[in-house]
Design a protein around this ligand. Structure first.
Ligand SMILES: *[C@@H]1O[C@H](CO)[C@@H](O)[C@H](O)[C@H]1NC(C)=O
Ligand SMILES: *[C@@H]1O[C@H](CO)[C@@H](O)[C@H](O)[C@H]1NC(C)=O
Length: 272
C-alpha cells in the first residue's frame, strides 16, 4: 500500500502526460518517437531506436503519417506487423538487416503509397510478400541480395509506377512479372542480367518513361536483339548498356552496335 502511494506520487511529479491513462502507454509519439507535422502530413520519426518489432506500439488513429523506421533491428517482419498502421502513406524500413518478410506482414497498409526496403538482406520477393499494399505506387528495394522475384510478386500492386531494384543479384526476371503493373520508372542497374527477352518482360513495359540497365553483364548475342530492337522503339531515358560478353564485344555499347555485330549471320552457301 505504502509503495502504491509512493508510485502514484512519482507519477504525479512525472507529469500529466504519463498519468493520463494506461491506454496511451504505448502511444508511439509519446513514448519513443518524434512526431512532427510537415505540410499537413505527420512525420513519425523512429529511426535508430533498436526496435525489433513495432506491432505493440500505437500510432495516431486519425492522422495521415509517414513512418520512419530506418536503422532499427527489424530483421523479420511477421504477419500483421503493421496491422494498426492503416493511416501510413510512407514506410521507411531501410537499414534494418531485414532478411525475411512473412506473408501478411504488410496487411492493413491499405493507403500506403511508398515503401522503402533499401539496404537490407532480402534475397527473395515472393508472390505474397506485398499482400495488402493495394495503393502502393513506389517500391524501393535497392542494395539487397535479391536473386529471385516470383512471377506474381507485383501482380496485385496495380498502382505501382516506380520500381527500384538496383544493386541486387538478379540473373533474370520471371516471365510476366510486369504484366499487371504500368511502370513509369524501373531501375535495374547493378544486377547480373545478361539478357532481357521481349516476350514476358519488355512487352509489358511499353509505357516506361525511364529505365536504367547499366552495370549488368550483358551477353551481346542474338538473344539480345529483342532488347536492342526495343531500345530503338522507345524515346525515353536509358542508361548505357555495355556488353560484358562475348569477348569480341566486351566494353561496347549495345546501342552503337549493328544487328550484324550482335548476331553475325552464318555463311550457309546453299542460301546464296
Ligand atoms: C492493434 O491495436 C489494438 C487496439 O489498440 C490492439 O488490441 C491490438 O493488439 C493491436 N494489434 C497488434 C497486432 O498488436
Ligand atoms: C551468351 O549467350 C550465348 C548464346 O545464347 C551462350 O552460348 C553463352 O554461353 C552466353 N554467355 C554467357 C557468359 O552467359
Amino acid at each position: 500500500m505504502l509503495s502504491g502511494v509512493w508510485f502514484l506520487s512519482v507519477l504525479t511529479v512525472a507529469g500529466i502526460l504519463q498519468t493520463e491513462s494506461r491506454k496511451t502507454a504505448k502511444d508511439i509519439c509519446k513514448i519513443r518517437c518524434l512526431c512532427e507535422e510537415k505540410e499537413n502530413v505527420l512525420n513519425i520519426n523512429c529511426e535508430n531506436k533498436g526496435f525489433t518489432t513495432v506491432s505493440l506500439l500505437q500510432p495516431p488513429q486519425y492522422r495521415i503519417y509517414q513512418l520512419f523506421l530506418n536503422g532499427n533491428l527489424l530483421t523479420r517482419l511477421y504477419p500483421n506487423e503493421f496491422v494498426n498502421y492503416s493511416n501510413a502513406v510512407t514506410l521507411h524500413l531501410g537499414n534494418n538487416g531485414l532478411q525475411e518478410i512473412r506473408p501478411g506482414a504488410f496487411s492493413g497498409l491499405k493507403t500506403l503509397k511508398r515503401l522503402h526496403l533499401n539496404n537490407n538482406k532480402l534475397e527473395v520477393l515472393r508472390e505474397d510478400t506485398f499482400l495488402g499494399l493495394e495503393s502502393l505506387e513506389y517500391l524501393q528495394a535497392d542494395y539487397n541480395y535479391i536473386s529471385t522475384i516470383e512471377a506474381g510478386a507485383f501482380s496485385k500492386l496495380n498502382k505501382l509506377k516506380v520500381l527500384i531494384l538496383n544493386d541486387n543479384l538478379l540473373l533474370s526476371l520471371p516471365s510476366n512479372v510486369f504484366r499487371f503493373v504500368l511502370l513509369t520508372h524501373l531501375d535495374l542497374r547493378g544486377n547480373r542480367l545478361k539478357v532481357m527477352p521481349f516476350a514476358g518482360v519488355l512487352e509489358h513495359i511499353g509505357g516506361i518513361m525511364e529505365i536504367q540497365l547499366e552495370e549488368n553483364p550483358w551477353n551481346c548475342t542474338c538473344d539480345l536483339l529483342p532488347l536492342k530492337a526495343w531500345l530503338d522503339t522507345i524515346t525515353v531515358f536509358v542508361g548505357e548498356i555495355v556488353c560484358e560478353t562475348p569477348f569480341r564485344l566486351h566494353g561496347k555499347d549495345v546501342t552503337q552496335l549493328t544487328r550484324q555485330d550482335l548476331c553475325p549471320r552464318k555463311h550457309h552457301h546453299h542460301h546464296h
